[in-house]
Design a protein around this ligand. Structure first.
Ligand SMILES: [Zn+2]
Length: 300
């Protein structure tokens, strides 16, 4: 258990999060389309080794392997009945790797459909599903909740409210996935602009807001996006870029940014006021180790 409150430490120094989980699981033999969350129970050593690689590279924050851990996201795998067990295990594995001086972010990804009125799911049903997931993540030892890769601010708000209903004091981070619609302009897939996305997350009670992943964003786009997020509100900002804009070659997606390029991006993100940097798609422990060094040098 980390006894230093995350928000206190963040006020003192910028922090480094971790990088991608999915691609690391695939590299260890997960079959594409299979449920990576099952590995929290069936192959905890592999999941723990991925967390440990990020932690020993200098990541202060370790993200649980629970992106698709709501009952809605687990249902296609026939695992909707195992929300509590799978999420608790995810947090326990991350907790063991994070140690007493790292923080565990309990990861909550999109539920995989649209809320009413576009879709059939009510905010009440989604809230109940998120509360089940988050309660299990907290029971397993998560220090904070990360509601990530959000396109719809209404879904992000349901996530924040679910976390605060489980534990009023738990820090909640919200990150949106943006795409570039014109030079210097960013919107989520649902059409929400930066200022509105930030405002609705913080209005719901999010303690930290920002961006992760996204579509067709180059590294410099993330810096411009970060600048706009910092200007949009007063909450500390987190940005977790992909390893550059991907290229598709023979039907496979490749991310090409080097650890040095990601470290350079981390420095630029800190310079515009970001307080937590990390990585999304295509980032690996080597990228995060370089970014972590840049964050620590930036403190001096
Ligand atoms: Zn991503």
């Amino acid at each position: 258990m980390n006894t230093t409150p995350l928000l206190n430490e963040l006020a003192r120094r910028p922090l480094c999060c971790d990088g991608a989980m999915g691609t690391q699981l695939l590299a260890r033999g997960l079959k594409s389309g299979d449920c990576g969350m099952l590995w929290n129970l069936e192959r905890p050593g592999d999941v723990g080794a991925i967390h440990q690689a990020y932690r020993s590279g200098g990541s202060d924050l370790i993200t649980t392997n629970s992106f698709g851990g709501s009952r809605f996201a687990l249902a296609p795998h026939g695992l909707a009945q195992r929300v509590a067990e799978l999420n608790r295990a995810a947090a326990q594995v991350a907790r063991a790797a994070a140690g007493d001086h790292g923080w565990v972010l309990g990861d909550v990804g999109p539920f995989g459909d649209f809320l009413e009125p576009v879709g059939d799911t009510t905010a009440e049903d989604l809230g109940a599903a998120f509360r089940d997931q988050i309660a299990a993540l907290l029971a397993g030892g998560a220090d904070a909740i990360l509601v990530e890769t959000m396109s719809d601010p209404a879904e992000a708000m349901v996530g924040v409210e679910a976390a605060k209903a489980c534990a009023a004091q738990v820090p909640v981070l919200v990150t949106y996935a943006f795409q570039k619609t014109a030079p210097g302009q960013f919107r989520t897939m649902m059409g929400t602009g930066v200022a509105e996305a930030v405002r609705r997350a913080t209005d719901a009670g999010a303690d930290i807001v920002g961006a992760n992943c996204g579509t067709s964003l180059g590294l410099d786009d993330y810096v411009e996006l970060a600048r706009q997020i910092v200007q949009a509100g007063s909450a500390p900002v987190i940005v977790q870029p992909n390893a550059g804009s991907p290229r598709v070659e023979n039907g496979e997606t490749f991310y090409h940014a080097t650890p040095e390029q990601m470290a350079d991006t981390a420095r630029k993100l800190l310079a515009v006021g970001v307080r937590i940097v990390g990585g999304c798609c295509g980032t690996a422990p080597a990228h995060l180790a370089a970014m972590s060094r840049a964050v620590k040098q930036g403190v001096v």
